[in-house]
Design a binder for this molecule. Structure first.
Ligand SMILES: C[S@@+](CC[C@H](N)C(=O)[O-])C[C@H]1O[C@@H](n2cnc3c(N)ncnc32)[C@H](O)[C@@H]1O
Length: 227
Protein backbone atom coordinates (compact mmCIF):
# COMPACT_ATOMS: atom_id res chain seq x y z
CA UNK A 1 0.00 0.00 0.00
CA UNK A 2 1.26 3.53 -0.85
CA UNK A 3 -0.23 6.54 0.92
CA UNK A 4 -0.02 10.16 -0.20
CA UNK A 5 -1.53 13.24 1.44
CA UNK A 6 -5.14 12.70 0.35
CA UNK A 7 -4.85 9.54 -1.67
CA UNK A 8 -3.61 5.97 -1.53
CA UNK A 9 -2.88 2.98 -3.78
CA UNK A 10 -3.58 -0.66 -2.92
CA UNK A 11 -2.24 -3.51 -5.07
CA UNK A 12 -5.13 -6.01 -5.32
CA UNK A 13 -3.67 -8.60 -7.68
CA UNK A 14 -0.30 -9.41 -9.19
CA UNK A 15 0.45 -12.11 -11.75
CA UNK A 16 3.01 -12.83 -14.43
CA UNK A 17 2.28 -13.86 -18.00
CA UNK A 18 5.62 -15.22 -19.10
CA UNK A 19 5.04 -15.90 -22.80
CA UNK A 20 4.66 -12.18 -23.39
CA UNK A 21 7.09 -11.30 -20.59
CA UNK A 22 4.45 -9.20 -18.89
CA UNK A 23 3.41 -8.59 -15.33
CA UNK A 24 -0.29 -7.90 -14.66
CA UNK A 25 -1.12 -5.70 -11.67
CA UNK A 26 -4.59 -4.67 -10.52
CA UNK A 27 -4.54 -1.60 -8.28
CA UNK A 28 -7.17 0.48 -6.51
CA UNK A 29 -6.41 4.20 -6.27
CA UNK A 30 -8.50 6.02 -3.69
CA UNK A 31 -8.88 9.55 -2.45
CA UNK A 32 -10.60 10.61 0.73
CA UNK A 33 -12.73 13.65 1.54
CA UNK A 34 -14.61 12.94 -0.67
CA UNK A 35 -14.03 9.16 -0.84
CA UNK A 36 -13.56 7.81 -4.38
CA UNK A 37 -12.04 4.52 -5.46
CA UNK A 38 -10.83 3.78 -8.99
CA UNK A 39 -9.47 0.44 -10.16
CA UNK A 40 -6.86 -0.01 -12.87
CA UNK A 41 -5.34 -3.04 -14.50
CA UNK A 42 -1.76 -2.48 -15.64
CA UNK A 43 0.48 -4.63 -17.75
CA UNK A 44 4.19 -4.09 -17.83
CA UNK A 45 6.65 -5.79 -20.11
CA UNK A 46 9.61 -7.19 -18.21
CA UNK A 47 12.43 -9.51 -19.07
CA UNK A 48 11.79 -13.08 -17.95
CA UNK A 49 13.92 -15.92 -19.29
CA UNK A 50 12.27 -19.31 -19.64
CA UNK A 51 14.76 -22.01 -18.90
CA UNK A 52 12.49 -25.07 -18.50
CA UNK A 53 12.98 -27.77 -21.08
CA UNK A 54 10.56 -30.51 -22.03
CA UNK A 55 10.31 -32.80 -24.99
CA UNK A 56 7.14 -33.26 -26.96
CA UNK A 57 6.56 -36.47 -28.78
CA UNK A 58 4.03 -36.27 -31.56
CA UNK A 59 1.53 -38.71 -32.86
CA UNK A 60 1.17 -41.26 -30.08
CA UNK A 61 -2.26 -41.16 -28.53
CA UNK A 62 -2.15 -41.24 -24.75
CA UNK A 63 -5.18 -43.54 -24.69
CA UNK A 64 -2.90 -46.28 -25.92
CA UNK A 65 -0.54 -45.75 -22.97
CA UNK A 66 -0.92 -47.30 -19.55
CA UNK A 67 -2.74 -45.38 -16.81
CA UNK A 68 0.49 -45.33 -14.76
CA UNK A 69 2.34 -43.55 -17.59
CA UNK A 70 -0.38 -40.93 -18.07
CA UNK A 71 0.01 -39.11 -14.79
CA UNK A 72 3.66 -38.22 -15.20
CA UNK A 73 6.01 -37.04 -17.91
CA UNK A 74 7.58 -39.88 -19.85
CA UNK A 75 11.25 -40.69 -20.30
CA UNK A 76 13.63 -37.73 -20.30
CA UNK A 77 10.77 -35.40 -19.36
CA UNK A 78 8.66 -36.12 -22.46
CA UNK A 79 5.12 -34.80 -22.48
CA UNK A 80 2.75 -36.61 -24.78
CA UNK A 81 0.20 -34.68 -26.82
CA UNK A 82 -3.06 -36.43 -26.12
CA UNK A 83 -5.02 -35.70 -29.27
CA UNK A 84 -7.95 -37.72 -27.94
CA UNK A 85 -8.35 -35.38 -24.96
CA UNK A 86 -9.81 -32.40 -26.87
CA UNK A 87 -12.49 -31.58 -29.39
CA UNK A 88 -13.42 -28.56 -31.50
CA UNK A 89 -16.88 -26.97 -31.38
CA UNK A 90 -18.47 -23.76 -32.72
CA UNK A 91 -18.98 -21.24 -29.90
CA UNK A 92 -21.43 -18.31 -29.88
CA UNK A 93 -19.81 -15.17 -31.41
CA UNK A 94 -16.25 -16.52 -31.11
CA UNK A 95 -15.98 -19.00 -33.95
CA UNK A 96 -14.51 -22.38 -33.18
CA UNK A 97 -13.24 -23.20 -29.69
CA UNK A 98 -11.32 -26.08 -28.13
CA UNK A 99 -12.91 -28.15 -25.36
CA UNK A 100 -11.55 -30.82 -23.00
CA UNK A 101 -12.76 -34.40 -23.29
CA UNK A 102 -11.36 -35.40 -19.89
CA UNK A 103 -10.30 -33.92 -16.55
CA UNK A 104 -6.96 -32.18 -16.06
CA UNK A 105 -5.22 -31.19 -12.84
CA UNK A 106 -3.80 -27.75 -12.09
CA UNK A 107 -0.58 -26.86 -13.92
CA UNK A 108 -0.89 -29.84 -16.24
CA UNK A 109 0.50 -29.78 -19.77
CA UNK A 110 -2.41 -29.63 -22.24
CA UNK A 111 -1.19 -29.10 -25.79
CA UNK A 112 1.23 -27.04 -27.89
CA UNK A 113 0.62 -24.15 -30.29
CA UNK A 114 1.67 -25.85 -33.49
CA UNK A 115 2.73 -24.05 -36.65
CA UNK A 116 5.74 -22.71 -38.49
CA UNK A 117 8.37 -21.13 -36.23
CA UNK A 118 9.65 -17.86 -37.75
CA UNK A 119 12.32 -15.35 -36.76
CA UNK A 120 10.77 -12.60 -38.92
CA UNK A 121 7.26 -11.20 -38.64
CA UNK A 122 5.19 -12.86 -41.38
CA UNK A 123 3.33 -10.61 -43.79
CA UNK A 124 -0.01 -12.38 -43.39
CA UNK A 125 -3.30 -11.87 -41.54
CA UNK A 126 -2.35 -12.13 -37.86
CA UNK A 127 -5.39 -14.16 -36.70
CA UNK A 128 -3.32 -17.32 -36.22
CA UNK A 129 0.06 -15.71 -35.48
CA UNK A 130 1.54 -16.18 -32.01
CA UNK A 131 4.22 -13.61 -31.19
CA UNK A 132 6.61 -14.08 -28.26
CA UNK A 133 10.17 -13.56 -27.10
CA UNK A 134 12.67 -16.29 -26.33
CA UNK A 135 16.11 -15.58 -24.90
CA UNK A 136 15.59 -11.91 -25.67
CA UNK A 137 14.75 -12.48 -29.36
CA UNK A 138 11.35 -12.05 -31.04
CA UNK A 139 9.71 -15.11 -32.62
CA UNK A 140 6.44 -15.84 -34.38
CA UNK A 141 4.54 -19.10 -34.84
CA UNK A 142 2.46 -18.99 -38.01
CA UNK A 143 -0.48 -21.36 -37.57
CA UNK A 144 -2.46 -20.04 -40.55
CA UNK A 145 -2.60 -23.48 -42.15
CA UNK A 146 -5.77 -25.46 -41.35
CA UNK A 147 -3.77 -28.46 -40.13
CA UNK A 148 -6.29 -29.89 -37.65
CA UNK A 149 -4.19 -28.88 -34.62
CA UNK A 150 -5.88 -27.52 -31.50
CA UNK A 151 -3.53 -24.76 -30.24
CA UNK A 152 -4.46 -22.35 -33.05
CA UNK A 153 -8.15 -22.54 -32.12
CA UNK A 154 -8.00 -21.51 -28.45
CA UNK A 155 -10.00 -18.32 -27.86
CA UNK A 156 -9.13 -15.25 -25.77
CA UNK A 157 -10.31 -14.53 -22.22
CA UNK A 158 -8.06 -12.03 -20.45
CA UNK A 159 -10.29 -11.87 -17.35
CA UNK A 160 -10.92 -15.55 -16.59
CA UNK A 161 -8.32 -17.60 -18.47
CA UNK A 162 -8.17 -21.29 -17.53
CA UNK A 163 -4.86 -22.06 -19.22
CA UNK A 164 -1.71 -20.20 -20.11
CA UNK A 165 0.96 -20.53 -22.76
CA UNK A 166 4.56 -21.02 -21.68
CA UNK A 167 7.63 -20.79 -23.82
CA UNK A 168 9.47 -24.11 -23.49
CA UNK A 169 12.77 -25.14 -25.06
CA UNK A 170 12.85 -28.29 -27.16
CA UNK A 171 15.99 -29.19 -29.14
CA UNK A 172 17.21 -25.63 -28.55
CA UNK A 173 14.08 -24.22 -30.21
CA UNK A 174 11.19 -22.47 -28.47
CA UNK A 175 7.83 -24.23 -28.40
CA UNK A 176 4.64 -22.69 -27.01
CA UNK A 177 2.90 -25.10 -24.64
CA UNK A 178 -0.42 -24.56 -22.88
CA UNK A 179 -0.75 -25.51 -19.20
CA UNK A 180 -3.91 -25.53 -17.08
CA UNK A 181 -4.20 -22.74 -14.51
CA UNK A 182 -6.65 -24.72 -12.36
CA UNK A 183 -8.24 -28.18 -12.33
CA UNK A 184 -10.40 -28.58 -15.45
CA UNK A 185 -13.42 -30.83 -15.79
CA UNK A 186 -14.32 -32.41 -19.12
CA UNK A 187 -16.21 -30.25 -21.64
CA UNK A 188 -14.41 -27.11 -20.44
CA UNK A 189 -13.67 -24.55 -23.15
CA UNK A 190 -9.94 -23.71 -23.12
CA UNK A 191 -9.27 -19.97 -23.04
CA UNK A 192 -6.14 -17.94 -22.39
CA UNK A 193 -5.09 -14.32 -22.15
CA UNK A 194 -3.94 -13.29 -25.65
CA UNK A 195 -1.81 -10.60 -24.01
CA UNK A 196 -1.84 -6.83 -23.57
CA UNK A 197 -2.82 -4.21 -26.12
CA UNK A 198 -5.99 -2.60 -27.43
CA UNK A 199 -5.97 -4.71 -30.57
CA UNK A 200 -8.73 -7.12 -29.57
CA UNK A 201 -12.10 -5.61 -30.61
CA UNK A 202 -14.13 -8.09 -28.52
CA UNK A 203 -12.60 -6.97 -25.22
CA UNK A 204 -14.16 -4.86 -22.42
CA UNK A 205 -16.60 -2.00 -22.41
CA UNK A 206 -14.14 0.27 -20.59
CA UNK A 207 -11.68 2.27 -22.66
CA UNK A 208 -8.03 1.34 -22.80
CA UNK A 209 -5.68 3.96 -21.40
CA UNK A 210 -2.32 3.64 -23.01
CA UNK A 211 0.60 4.92 -20.99
CA UNK A 212 3.22 6.82 -22.97
CA UNK A 213 5.92 4.70 -21.41
CA UNK A 214 6.74 1.94 -23.92
CA UNK A 215 5.25 -1.45 -23.13
CA UNK A 216 3.02 -0.28 -20.30
CA UNK A 217 -0.72 -0.40 -20.81
CA UNK A 218 -3.46 0.27 -18.31
CA UNK A 219 -7.10 -0.75 -18.58
CA UNK A 220 -9.61 1.25 -16.57
CA UNK A 221 -11.78 -1.24 -14.70
CA UNK A 222 -14.19 1.37 -13.37
CA UNK A 223 -15.53 2.34 -9.97
CA UNK A 224 -16.40 -0.52 -7.60
CA UNK A 225 -19.84 -0.28 -6.06
CA UNK A 226 -19.75 1.04 -2.48
CA UNK A 227 -22.57 -0.55 -0.47
C1 LIG B 1 -6.58 -17.82 -32.96
S1 LIG B 1 -8.21 -17.62 -33.56
C2 LIG B 1 -9.13 -18.60 -32.44
C3 LIG B 1 -10.00 -19.59 -33.18
C4 LIG B 1 -11.17 -18.99 -33.91
N1 LIG B 1 -12.30 -18.88 -33.01
C5 LIG B 1 -11.53 -19.80 -35.13
O1 LIG B 1 -12.68 -20.25 -35.26
O2 LIG B 1 -10.67 -19.98 -36.00
C6 LIG B 1 -8.50 -15.96 -33.05
C7 LIG B 1 -9.82 -15.42 -33.53
O3 LIG B 1 -10.90 -15.99 -32.78
C8 LIG B 1 -11.86 -15.01 -32.45
N2 LIG B 1 -11.89 -14.83 -30.98
C9 LIG B 1 -10.99 -15.30 -30.09
N3 LIG B 1 -11.36 -15.00 -28.84
C10 LIG B 1 -12.52 -14.32 -28.92
C11 LIG B 1 -13.39 -13.72 -27.97
N4 LIG B 1 -13.14 -13.76 -26.67
N5 LIG B 1 -14.50 -13.10 -28.44
C12 LIG B 1 -14.76 -13.04 -29.76
N6 LIG B 1 -13.98 -13.58 -30.72
C13 LIG B 1 -12.86 -14.21 -30.29
C14 LIG B 1 -11.43 -13.73 -33.15
O4 LIG B 1 -12.07 -13.70 -34.40
C15 LIG B 1 -9.95 -13.93 -33.32
O5 LIG B 1 -9.44 -13.20 -34.41
Amino acid sequence: MVLGGRWGVIVLEWSTCDYTDTVRIVVAIFTYAPLTIHMFEMRMRVCIENGNAILLKRGKSMSRRSRRERGRPGQHGQRIIDRDAFYIKETPNKGRGVFTKKEFGQNEFLLPYEGELLEKEPDVDDTYIFEFTFKGKPFWVDASKEDGSFGRLLNDDHIHPNCRPKVMEIDEKPVICFFSLRPLSSNTKLVYDYGPGNIYPWRGKFGMLRNHQKNLTAVYLGMPQIL
